[in-house]
Design a protein around this ligand. Structure first.
Ligand code: SAH
Length: 375
């Protein structure tokens, strides 16, 4: 039996501690035993529920948003409709159904799904069965066509590997995964590093013990999205939980069966994530000469897109149980103490494009530095 924990311990014993990024990559995407490679973790019987799995309304409203962007772009006859990390394919299926209000939108769209997990690709194929032949799957964002782009990524960036650096009395050191005296996985600190990141966002005089997180892969993918947008035009919509200002803090976390778990306890059996650094992503976009909208809270975005109206029409004429379910979904997606504030929505576009979703904003960027908490 292939045992991922044994493999990782063996590698560390042989070559020394690994970065959290390497550990995350192994746990999430190992070809034999990675968390996403081997299972469908979504839904009430899985480990966690994402917004498209809470309710069809989420994907539908994003579909309407895509149609308005396409209209604002001058209704190009061909464009690439891309989703990064599409999970079960629910968002794309709901998006395409809602977009039927403009049949030419669907006809113009070449649909691309960027997904590394073979298990989830199969789920996505089932979810998009009625669009068979019009959908292409890719392992990486590089290599997509070169047309105008409409890209959606929900809870994708939080699943990308992060590195962590801890400020000691003398220097920043990388937080690594090593072995303790009993040979069990344990956090350890690496040798001093001179420049842990793009520290330009962070204030001087930081207290010892501060934790700085970076996501080299997230930055690489964002830069590639921006390159594509700059070359061929279009917009990318990024939805995730995270921070919209420079902040220190350890947000590396494991979730299994709807609760927090120890990230080192059972490699490959829990979802590992970290908060997305929206400030960093927006800086990459701005440096590429693109326009950034938001981030705004997911609640504000969905309410402006017509969440309450959609909930009303979905529930009309239905029984009390269904109406109650829809009401609970609205609360879950948009409630301040649920997904409404922690989850954020940011759009990045080539040139100024008029689109809805960002006007209710209780605006956000460039707030003072705060300590970030898990959750
Ligand atoms: N967007 C979905 C799923 C979110 S979970 C939803 O909201 O329900 C993260 C998704 O990203 C999974 O589909 C996972 O397999 C995929 N993924 C993780 N790392 C990836 C990578 N480097 N490239 C492409 N897909 C990746």
């Amino acid at each position: 039996m292939f045992d991922l924990a044994d493999r990782i311990r063996g590698e560390i014993a042989a070559t020394g501690p690994m970065s959290i990024a390497d550990y995350m990559r192994r746990c999430l995407s190992d070809p034999k035993a990675g968390y996403y490679t081997t299972r469908d973790p979504f839904g009430t019987r899985g480990d966690f529920v994402t917004a498209p799995e809470v309710s069809q309304m989420f994907g539908e409203l994003i579909g309407l948003w895509c149609v308005s962007v396409w209209t604002a772009l001058g209704e190009p006859e061909r464009f690439d409709l891309v989703e990064l990390g599409p999970g079960r394919g629910t968002l794309m299926a709901d998006l395409l159904r809602a977009a039927r209000i403009r049949p030419c939108f669907t006809e113009a769209a070449a649909i691309h799904m960027v997904e590394t997990s073979p298990t989830l690709r199969e789920k996505q194929q089932q979810a998009l069965a009625e669009h068979a032949g019009r959908v292409t799957w890719h392992d990486r964002i590089e290599g997509l066509g070169d047309g105008p782009l409409l890209l959606v990524a929900n809870e994708f960036f939080d699943a990308l590997p992060i590195r962590q650096f801890v400020l000691g009395p003398d220097a920043w050191r990388e937080r690594m995964v090593g072995l303790d005296g009993d040979g069990a996985l344990a956090f350890a600190l690496g040798p001093p590093v001179s420049d842990p990141s793009s520290a330009e966002n962070l204030p001087l005089g930081t207290e010892p013990g501060a934790v700085l997180e970076t996501s080299p892969e997230g930055e690489r993918i964002m830069a590639e999205i921006c390159r594509r947008l700059g070359a061929a035009g279009g917009t990318a919509l990024i939805v995730d939980y995270g921070k919209d200002r420079a902040a220190y803090g350890d947000t590396f976390q494991a979730v299994a069966r709807h609760g927090y778990a120890d990230p080192l306890a059972d490699p490959g059996a829990a979802d590992l994530t970290a908060h997305v650094d929206f400030l960093r992503l927006s800086q990459i976009a701005e440096a590429a000469g693109l326009a950034v909208s938001g981030p705004v809270g997911q609640g504000d975005f969905l309410l402006e897109m017509g969440l309450l109206e959609r909930a009303g029409s979905l529930g009309a004429g239905k029984g009390q149980a269904v109406q109650e379910e829809i009401r609970a979904a609205v609360e879950r997606l948009a409630g301040d103490d649920q997904m409404g504030r922690l989850f954020k929505v940011m759009a990045v576009s080539h040139g100024k494009i008029a689109f809805p979703g960002f006007d209710r904003s209780r605006a956000t960027t460039h707030r003072p530095v705060e300590q970030e908490h898990k959750g």
